[in-house]
Ligand binder design. Sequence first.
Ligand SMILES: NC(=O)c1ccc[n+]([C@@H]2O[C@H](COP(=O)([O-])OP(=O)(O)OC[C@H]3O[C@@H](n4cnc5c(N)ncnc54)[C@H](O)[C@@H]3O)[C@@H](O)[C@H]2O)c1
Length: 394
Amino acid sequence: MTDLRLGILGYGLRGSLARVAHRPGAGSRVTAVADLDPAARADAADAFPGARISADHRKVVEDPDVDAVVVLTPDHTHAELTVEVLRAGKPVFVEKPLAIDVEACDAVLRAAYDTGTRLYVGHNMRHMPVVRLMRDIIARGEIGEVKTVWVRHFVGYGGDWYFKDWHAERRYTTGLLLQKAAHDIDVLHWLAGGWTRQVQALGDLMVYGANPHRRAPGEPKADDWYTEDGHWPPGTQRALNPVIDVEDVSLVNMRLDNGVLAAYQQCHFTPDYWRNYTVIGDAGRLENFGDGPGGVVRVWNTRRSTHRAEGDAEYAVPDVQDEGGHGGADPLLVDEFLRFVRDGGRTDTSPVAARMAVAAGARATESLRDGGAPREVPPLDPELVAYFDRGQVR
Ligand SMILES: NC(=O)c1ccc[n+]([C@@H]2O[C@H](COP(=O)([O-])OP(=O)(O)OC[C@H]3O[C@@H](n4cnc5c(N)ncnc54)[C@H](O)[C@@H]3O)[C@@H](O)[C@H]2O)c1
């Protein structure tokens, strides 16, 4: 098998995924990289010897020695760059979120349909062992038919990851209820078997907004911008982004098209970082404790009682090798993308699902900035839904 030649757009933090995809002699290798930042270009030259490195994404998109393109730039650039790659006729992997508003998502899906070029959206959480475990428990019928899903995301590293660079600004992300929550809204849709039709949200900027310790515009991030156990409590954070206009707490209620009611809550100043899912069906309930190796999912489904910590069944979260990051999900995500580029067919991640997650997050953000007024989530053109359901075959 000859290597698929990959072009990378954007080699920042998420360059980790490009390194996971660089498997010379084993099916794929990075042959070209574009990044606007000279330091990122120097890092890419070190990581991928012999690759063509440039500041202009068009050099990668038009490179005859690039078979497929991976878009790892900030969120607000995803739609435009992805459409450009699709129009060039090259299969494309775009990081989540697909775009920062509904209209841009729909334009990307339309371009994929019109050009017949393969589109893959990198929702790596669909490959996370804890998510697959919960989905399998539900599929086996252990909690009956899903009726309600409640997700709490404790974003303990939020101050480091989301309030020190572009993530903190609406113009680059719309808000963290879209940028960060797109993962969990997608998983919630997957577990519930439906799409959000109506949302209602409240949120606020409670902690980081009042912190005066900001970088000057243009000043690079501090060397110690991230620490595993420091920067606590959150008020000790320094060198935050010059502009902060996204929320650090948000709570959203959702009504899905299959009748399921769901809730998602996100907080960026907790001491701990993890996600807690509770899924309640008409014959039981499940909940995860910890979301990585060492974590468990417990099921209560045999009888009524007062609180029973141990549950009726307990399943360990599988401990897959985590060489590439995100609980072992990233190598599996790359495997699926490479298989899709070569052979086409159906995938566990889905461009339609990616659009639905952005649509719910975007309308929820509108709701929370409008006093919690309910918002309807616009449906996607059924022609596009059918095309992607068929595995991108016309
Ligand atoms: N799926 C996940 O778990 C996950 C995790 C982290 C980040 N992400 C997503 O990955 C993307 C990248 O995030 P990051 O943290 O690496 O950001 P980053 O800011 O560290 O890196 C982005 C890079 O893109 C470059 N860039 C910007 N515009 C460009 C353009 N037009 N052409 C070429 N290069 C350009 C920047 O110079 C920078 O080096 C974001 O969309 C983010 O939401 C996903």
